[in-house]
Design a protein around this ligand. Structure first.
Ligand code: M6R
Length: 600
């Protein structure tokens, strides 16, 4: 996805813009560019490909104010002409989002004599601002934005004036010392400041070195709150690991520990959340729950369904956010949206749809102040710290951590869990971070298994009940970073179709930890073995039976059946990582994917 940075201060802008853009590389992009005002004119430099290509052509630029962009092509091919910034007269614009009525606006502007050189929707915006510009940049930007349908986060440079605005696409203002910043994501500017102000929809900021002034679309000044970001720069760097993904896999014990910290008392068997505005008494009135999410967050939500239904008896529907918009929400349902970034456009649109039915809403998210957190009734933070690798790993574990706590809280409120079971589960959940560390210590063994299957074209992941969402997540991880075709299946479904694909060339990874459906999964393993598929099982360390049925075995520490998915998934993440490494894939930035998907 595209990234935006902006700077106005006392230092040379170009090196800061380039450094900040590099910190957004993980989001995925195909071209980049910067515009810097040197006191006389705006100089624009852009290049196709990596930021290092742009750096090669950059001259010495003394200006202290500028904007920069990494583009992920939507309208128009990924090339130098379509790269941002786009200019018109003395105006330069960078833009994230999609201008839906761009063709209509483009025709109008062409009719007024404006000449277009790119295929992008953003160029429309540059010409529109220029069209309205009469010495006041804020006025011109407001007039231009009033004509636009769609989503935008923009930074506009005109001489020594720098203006930012947003609607449905994230943007933050970084507050420094005699210098201020604009960024689409916090990691871009973390090196320079940890004080940020989140721009809300239909707000603008005029950014000078000493002061940032905020306006609404009527140009009325508005007050904003400064937020202190508690991540440090190290959290957004690789710290000696070859990839962010590997670092983040290793950060999972810490991430889960932080998610649980201060929220549980295993002695009393109680759970509390800082901002959850739902009392135990209100829980008893919840008729059903809709969980809405995309991708990995959806897989966490699917495990959430099993947990809520098992622990609290409340019926749960899990919806893919991009489909939920077209479904019918039951008024009175509790809606839980899960989004690591808090900015996923599909999830946001589904949340807005659900709210029209009068549903109460909770967000499970990792980004304080993100758009979704500002539109729900309450938010539960995952506290994972920044996740840079496109493949979600530590945030998945923390999403699960929150879901376990919430399901237990609801179960207790509804009187479905005995105090003893509650206390035992809380003791067990607190042990999970240390048990994950044991798995990480054994990663060389997992690596060997991964290397054996890395040359395969197709791999199946199977599991039942609590392990079924883990099979889906294992397959998603593998396909996105190693480009091996992978399918996750409820093990019982194989015989209804996919078994036709099983052969000696299709390895099967079976999540076969002890529990209610263990015997059935063993039968499913026998089914695929009968078709000569090589099988690797993930099983309990105390399981003495399974070894005889499988070709490879990876053991995980013993825990309660419902908690074991948090251990099995770590094994699957490592398998994906090492398989991708053997295949020489760009692990942190898989092709065609972006960390935060802010377009529908
Ligand atoms: O930020 P979100 O949790 O809303 O993102 C949803 C998906 O785009 C995301 O989980 C995606 O599937 C993962 N990056 C895949 O590893």
């Amino acid at each position: 996805m595209c990234g935006i940075v902006g700077y106005n201060g006392h230092r040379r802008a170009a090196p800061i813009l380039i450094d900040s853009l590099k910190r957004l590389e993980y989001r995925g992009y195909d071209s980049s560019g910067i515009a810097v005002y040197d006191g006389k004119a705006i100089e624009v430099w852009k290049e196709k490909g990596k930021i290092s290509e742009l750096e090669k052509i950059l001259p010495d630029m003394p200006g202290t104010i500028g904007i920069g962009h990494t583009r992920w092509a939507t309208h128009g091919r990924p090339n130098k002409v379509n790269a941002h910034p786009h200019t018109s007269g003395g105006i330069a614009v960078v833009h994230n989002g999609i201008i839906e009525n761009y063709q209509e606006l483009r025709d109008k502007l062409v009719g007024s004599g404006f000449v277009f050189i790119s295929e992008t929707d953003t160029e429309v915006l540059a010409h529109l601002v220029n069209h309205y510009y009469k010495n006041d940049l804020i006025d011109a930007v407001i007039s231009a934005l009033n004509e636009i349908k769609g989503s935008y986060a923009i930074a506009v440079l005109c001489g020594s004036q720098l203006v930012a605005a947003r609607k449905d696409s994230p943007l933050v203002i970084g507050i420094g010392n005699e210098e201020n910043f604009i960024a689409s994501d916090i990691p871009a500017i973390l090196k320079y400041t940890r004080k940020v102000i989140f721009l809300d929809d239909l707000e603008l900021a005029s950014v000078s070195p000493d002061v940032v002034t905020f306006f609404n679309m009527k140009k009325e000044p508005i007050d904003k709150t400064i937020n202190q970001i508690d991540w440090n720069l190290e959290a957004a760097e690789r710290s000696g690991y070859e990839h962010f993904m590997l670092k983040e896999i290793h950060e999972q014990p810490r991430s889960l520990h932080e998610t649980l910290a201060g929220r549980i008392s295993e002695l009393e068997g109680t759970i509390s959340f800082e901002n959850l505005n739902i009392t135990e008494a209100q829980v008893t009135d919840i008729p059903r729950i809709s969980i809405i999410a995309c991708g990995t967050s959806y897989n966490a939500g699917l495990l959430g369904k099993y947990l809520f239904e098992h622990l609290s008896g409340i019926h749960v529907d899990v919806e893919i956010a991009s489909e939920f918009r077209y479904a019918h929400s039951a008024p009175g349902s509790l809606v839980i949206v899960i989004s690591q970034s808090g900015e996923t456009a599909d999830t946001l649109a589904a949340l807005r749809e659900a709210k029209t039915f009068g549903c109460r809403s909770i967000a499970i998210t990792n980004v304080m102040g993100s758009t979704i957190t500002r539109e729900v009734d309450s938010s539960i933070y995952m506290r994972s710290g920044p996740e840079i690798g496109v493949a979600a790993t530590k945030t998945f574990i923390s999403q699960l951590g929150v879901l376990y706590l919430l399901a237990l809280y609801f179960g207790k409120s509804k009187g479905k869990i005995s105090s003893d079971r509650m206390k035992r589960l809380l003791v067990s959940i607190k042990q999970i971070p240390a048990q994950i560390t044991l798995i990480l210590n054994d990663k060389e063994q997992i690596k060997k298994h991964a290397e054996k299957i890395a040359a395969s074209n197709d791999i199946f992941f199977i599991g039942r009940t609590f392990n079924y969402p883990i099979a889906l997540e294992g397959a998603l991880k593998l396909k996105e970073i190693s480009y091996i075709h992978a399918e996750g299946y409820a093990a019982g479904e194989l015989k209804h179709g996919p078994l036709a694909l099983i052969s000696k060339n299709t390895p099967v990874i079976a999540i076969a930890t002890k529990g209610l459906t263990y015997d059935k999964v063993v039968n499913n393993i026998k089914e695929v073995k009968a078709r000569e598929a090589p099988v690797i099982a993930i099983a309990d360390e105390k399981d003495n039976e399974i070894e005889r049925y499988v070709d490879g075995l990876i053991r995980v520490p013993s825990t309660d059946e419902i908690l074991s998915p948090m251990l099995s998934i770590v094994v699957l993440q490592l398998i994906s990582y090492y398989a991708a490494k053997v295949r020489n894939c760009p692990i942190d930035q898989p092709r065609n994917l972006a960390k935060s998907v802010t377009v529908e």
